[in-house]
Design a protein. Structure first.
Length: 67
């Protein structure tokens, strides 16, 4: 439970850094936070694309068709 609370706290601080909340106006930190967010979104999209690309192989495996 404490791990979940800590994770939520870290996410809240990350969002504050992204939007530039008062007291967190560090430009370098904001740029780094946006780059991390873009990298995470790119990784999720790549993972989904990789999973979708494996669908034909899964269908062949389920149909017991040789490649």
């Amino acid at each position: 439970m404490m791990l979940l609370v800590r994770l939520i706290d870290v996410l809240v601080e990350f969002v504050k850094l992204l939007v530039g909340a008062p007291g967190l106006r560090n430009v370098l930190g904001r740029v780094a936070a946006w780059l991390v967010l873009i990298a995470v979104i790119g990784a999720v999209v790549a993972l989904i694309a990789w999973g979708v690309s494996l669908i034909p192989e899964l269908i062949d495996l389920l149909n017991d068709t040789p490649p």
